[in-house]
Write a protein that binds this ligand. Structure first.
Ligand code: ZN
Length: 491
């Protein structure tokens, strides 16, 4: 066990170096640094693979597993590392290389294809991406459906059947909800667009992330074109945001990433630099970013507390009252672009991708026919038809990076956030009374106790069971959305 831990500490240092270089690449690196950075990252990544995916590591894991007390933290740690080890060793090296090559090549081709709205130029890459993912799934193995193997890469234990159940419930309730909202007069949000001083946006977003409990002594916020959260210690978590002409972009982007950051910062300090620290899965992580972004940040209570501060920073908002602001930042509008989608329509965007991925993986849909299938599904679920592929099937980066099976985790996160929130509200009384007074500590304490302090100790499904007593369940989410938007749109 001690030798295993020593080896993991070495690996951790390499991971930290790669994480820091990756963060710098997005935030500060001059353009000219790209080539050297790619070389350094691939070298470190090869060193990491050699140190990790080797027979010595297999022996260490086997010995440590025999030593660990069942149910202990050591046993949990061995389980977490074992899972990564199996993934790293089940794939033949030439497959891993092809994956790295394809994602580097694919990204360039995708950027061009999207810019020129030219799906045909991206199709050969996309065919290789799906072929590669089929081979990966075969190497990793699965019981029922090929999708299960790929989804499991991002969300341990989740299956296509889980997704089918989840999306069926969502489809039934959300599609009619979107239609009835579309029949109502739209909320004015024109006052959210304009020229916003970047320094003031920075100050205000920092004030918000500090207020909800993100510790800026153990983290920071910088600017990146596509916001993300990363880190290499529970005491050093990096948030990013962006400042645009649409004011909510920085505000909710910052709250979203700070939600990820709170999850990471609130792992037990004594687990720092061990495989047990940090968020357990993509869906659990997204449940926390969505909690702070949507359930907290897009509530009326939140703006009762913070609108006066925002108006002080931006006097042009002086005439806007809390109600108008609340309605504006909760405007529902079927649109073409997933990352800009509102709370109600968002999951229909991931549903389209999930269905298409399943169909292509099982040869029911040819890659060349993706644009047509995509547009038809947007029309059926969202009532909008992309006028071109740049705003249709070419919009997301995931496929170009070789990732298939990722999208449902966003929706699982949305659903889990409401399940947890329902329980939190039961324990804390009225969370919105706390929020309207700017008292976020009780919320953070609850989430820390139930979720953040558990790190990766349990599998995602086990953690959900421990917190909720059950499994992923769309009911609280659907009920919550209906309640909120019936009130906003007078349905
Ligand atoms: Zn996120």
């Amino acid at each position: 066990m001690e030798r295993l831990k020593k080896r993991l500490t070495d690996l951790r240092a390499l991971e930290a170096a790669m994480g820091l270089m990756g963060w710098d690449q997005q935030c500060y690196m001059p353009k000219g640094g790209a080539e050297a950075r790619a070389l350094h990252l691939s070298t470190l990544s090869r060193m990491h693979h050699e140190l990790f995916a080797c027979s010595e590591m297999g022996d260490l894991l086997a010995e440590a597993a025999a030593e660990a007390e069942p149910g202990s933290l050591d046993a949990a740690m061995v389980r977490v590392v074992r899972r990564d080890y199996d993934k790293a060793t089940k794939l033949p090296p030439e497959l891993v290389e092809e994956q790295a090559r394809l994602s580097a090549e694919g990204h360039e081709v995708w950027v061009e294809a999207r810019r020129n709205d030219d799906f045909a130029s991206f199709a050969p890459i996309l065919r290789r991406v799906f072929e590669l993912n089929k081979r990966i799934a075969d190497c990793l193995g699965y019981e029922e459906h090929i999708y299960d193997a790929l989804l499991d890469l991002y969300e341990e234990g989740a299956t296509r059947n889980d997704c089918l159940r989840m999306y069926e419930a969502l489809k039934q309730e959300t599609v009619p909800l979107v239609r009835s909202i579309a029949e109502r007069p739209q909320n004015d949000d024109s006052f959210l667009h304009g020229e916003w001083d970047v320094e003031k946006q920075r100050e205000f977003t920092l004030r918000l992330v500090r207020a909800i409990g993100f510790d800026l002594e153990r983290g920071r916020q910088d600017v990146a074109p596509h916001p993300f959260c990363t880190g290499w210690s529970v005491n050093d978590i990096r948030l990013t945001t962006r400042f645009t002409s649409y004011l909510p972009s920085a505000i909710f982007g910052s709250l979203h990433e700070a939600g990820h950051g709170l999850y990471e910062q609130n792992s037990p300090k004594e687990w720092d630099q061990t495989p047990l620290a940090g968020g357990v899965s993509m869906a659990l992580h997204e449940s926390q970013s969505r909690t702070w972004e949507n359930l907290v940040g897009r509530s009326r209570a939140f703006w009762a507390r913070f609108l006066p501060d925002l108006q002080q920073a931006f006097p042009q908002l002086a005439g806007v009252d809390v109600d108008a602001f609340y309605k504006a930042v909760n405007r529902v509008q079927p649109s073409l672009i997933r990352v800009e989608a509102d709370e109600v329509t968002y999951n229909l965007h991931t549903l389209v991708r999930f269905e298409i991925e399943c169909e292509v993986l099982t040869d029911q849909l040819a890659v060349d026919d993706i644009p047509e299938a995509w547009n038809a599904k947007y029309e059926a679920y969202l009532g909008v038809r992309p006028p071109n592929d740049a705003n249709g099937c070419l919009q997301d980066v995931h496929w170009s990076g070789g990732m298939v099976g990722y999208f449902p985790t966003y929706t699982m996160g949305n659903i889990l956030s409401f399940q947890f929130w329902e329980l939190l509200a039961k324990d804390l009384g009225d969370p919105y009374a706390l929020i309207s007074r700017g008292e976020f500590a009780p919320l953070l304490d609850w989430l820390r106790e139930k979720i953040y302090s558990q790190g990766k100790r349990y599998t995602p499904k086990e953690l959900v069971r421990r917190v909720t007593g059950g499994e992923l369940d769309p009911k609280p989410y659907l009920a919550g959305l209906k309640r909120k938007y019936a009130e906003i749109y007078g349905l």
